[in-house]
Design a binder for this molecule. Structure first.
Ligand code: GNR
Ligand code: NI
Length: 143
């Protein structure tokens, strides 16, 4: 596994809109593993591929207290969302800055894992907030 460099503002590469992952190969498996390692090393609860200068639609997150439950979402799509919630968010690409962001409180997401298996989940709390934060990165947005 390898730790990847995290881009920081005002790097214009953070504004790139990521394209779908089309090939589920060993290189993708390695990228997912490296992103999980990079997220833990940086003490983040999520990381989007955009932040490591890979402009493909995948993200990892781990909102567990023990930081032992990494999750991966390849080509995530929000199918449905409900409610609103405002949270003070941080971002590894914007060190030292915290901003109040309002997002959906609950989301239903469809995505694939590193092997291409499709799954759907209903998320709430930090899990929902973090997923939406990471999808913003894939769309070239930084809070
Ligand atoms: O580590 C992170 N913490 C965080 C806190 C509140 C809302 C969102 C986040 S995501 C952030 C890691 C990051 O920058 N992911 O892109
Ligand atoms: Ni971020």
């Amino acid at each position: 596994m390898a730790k990847l460099e995290i881009l920081e503002v005002p790097d214009p590469r953070l504004r790139t809109v990521a394209k779908p992952v089309e090939t589920f190969d060993d290189e993708l498996v390695r990228l997912v593993e490296d992103m999980i390692e990079t997220m833990y090393d940086a003490r983040g609860i999520g990381l989007a591929a955009t932040q490591v200068n890979v402009h493909r639609r995948l993200l990892v997150l781990d909102v567990s207290d023990e930081q032992d439950t990494p999750r991966e979402y390849v080509n995530p799509e929000i199918l449905d969302s409900e409610g609103t919630e405002t949270c003070e968010e941080g971002c590894l690409s914007v060190p030292g800055i915290y901003a109040n962001v309002t997002r959906a409180e609950r989301v239903r997401v469809r995505a694939r894992d590193r092997t291409g298996n499709v799954f759907e989940e209903d998320l709430d709390g930090m899990h929902a907030i973090c997923l939406q934060h990471e999808i913003d990165h894939l769309d070239g947005k930084v809070f």
